[in-house]
Write a protein that binds this ligand. Structure first.
Ligand code: THU
Length: 144
């Protein structure tokens, strides 16, 4: 895992972070006050946005990452290069979002702390090793 300033990112990933930061303003988070913006870069080059959408029935809240994924899948995308997430704290995607993203393979994950622009850059398979799959063949892996 790698904490590095945004100026060391590729142009595409820098733009992705800016998109995540900008859409974060539209988060609907009246209960937690914790705004999340996500920008998902498909291999097609298109970017799909999502924000967290909370509900007075708290458990119905949907995370920003899954909103972005839904928008991308709805548009017919299936392959992804990276997801950028913007929050005040630099939070990483929750476990549920990691699993939903992992359905579509590995990708870069960029978590940005808006206050100082610090970015934590890693890969999805690093933050969700041994993800659930229907087809996993455990033979040959670290079994005992
Ligand atoms: N949230 C996200 O949008 N993404 C995550 O990966 C974790 C949490 C949202 C849900 C809720 O609206 C707020 O952050 C506080 O949990």
């Amino acid at each position: 895992m790698n904490k590095r300033p945004a100026n060391e990112l590729s142009e595409a990933h820098s733009k992705l972070l800016i998109a995540a930061e900008k859409c974060c303003e539209n988060a609907y988070a009246p209960y937690s006050k914790f705004r999340v913006g996500a920008a998902l870069l498909a291999k097609s080059g298109k970017v799909y946005l999502g924000v967290n959408v909370e509900n007075c029935s708290f458990g119905l809240t949907i995370c920003a990452e899954r909103m972005a994924l839904g928008a991308a899948i709805t548009a017919g995308e299936r392959e992804f290069d990276a997801i950028a997430i913007a929050t005040d704290t630099g939070a990483m995607p929750c476990g549920a979002c990691r699993q939903m993203l992992a359905e579509f393979g590995n990708m870069q994950v960029l978590a940005c702390r808006s206050s100082d622009g610090r970015v934590l850059a890693t890969q999805l398979d690093q933050i969700l090793p041994y993800s659930f799959r229907l087809t996993d063949d455990v033979a040959g892996s670290e079994t005992c």
